[in-house]
Design a binder for this molecule. Structure first.
Ligand code: G3P
Length: 219
């Protein structure tokens, strides 16, 4: 079970990394835009904060361009950076070539089990089904995770299923129940996963009572 952060905000990544349970980070062109920072600079900084896989996405649409960008990113950035590639026919070919060159990949924008299978056949290290965006269309994103996991079991596929576009904590728990290997989520969801009002209330009570124990000289 791997927990990734889906952000290019280094302050947020530092905050969650300090919890000791952060396994990796995913970025995409929209998240890089939101950071307002230089792409390679911010990915390099993320890769220093978190030693797990850090996804950096190519922006070329043709196979040769994706391979060239992927190799350049690998050459310029720390070792733990992996190459995120869109799930298109051109992306499939690029995944096959980069995998053969020993470069790890994350095939993204996956919206069907057939796309996930094709990416796995190309040797992808990760495939990223976008659960929330499927839910947004009125379909069931979690059903896609179930479908992918079932086909994986039939063939012993080693590509990791990285559930993305996570909207709430129950998405994460449902993914784990279905055996998805990895979930990438915004900082807000990480925080929701650890928070419970009864924990806060219970801790307040313990602290109040302990203050009285100390005041009585019994600590
Ligand atoms: O990593 C990309 C994916 O998680 C996108 O999420 O919220 O833009 O649908 P979202």
């Amino acid at each position: 079970m791997e927990f990734f952060l889906d952000t290019a905000d280094v302050d947020e990544i530092r905050e969650i990394a300090a919890w000791g349970i952060l396994d990796g980070v995913t970025t995409n062109p929209s998240l890089i835009k939101k950071s307002g920072r230089d792409f390679k600079t911010v990915v390099a900084e993320i890769a220093e904060i978190c030693s797990g896989p850090i996804s950096a996405e190519v922006t070329a649409l043709d196979t040769a361009g994706m391979v060239e960008q992927g190799k350049a990113l690998k050459a310029d950035l720390p070792d733990n950076v992996i190459i995120k590639i869109p799930c298109t026919a051109e992306g499939l070919a690029a995944t096959k070539i980069l995998t053969a060159a020993g470069i790890k990949t994350n095939v993204t924008l996956v919206f069907s089990a057939s796309q996930a299978l094709m990416a796995a056949k190309a040797g992808a290290t990760y495939v990223s089904p976008f659960i929330g965006r499927i839910d947004d269309t009125g379909s069931d994103g979690m059903a896609l995770i179930a479908e992918i996991m079932a086909t994986w079991d039939n063939y012993g596929v080693t590509t990791k299923v990285l559930a993305a576009s996570i909207r709430h904590p129950t998405h994460v728990l449902a993914c784990m129940q279905l055996g998805a290997h990895t979930v990438t989520m915004p900082t807000k969801i990480f925080k929701q996963l650890i928070s419970h009002p009864l924990t806060d209330k219970g801790l307040d009570g313990f602290m109040r009572d302990w203050a009285e124990v100390e005041a009585a000289g019994n600590a």
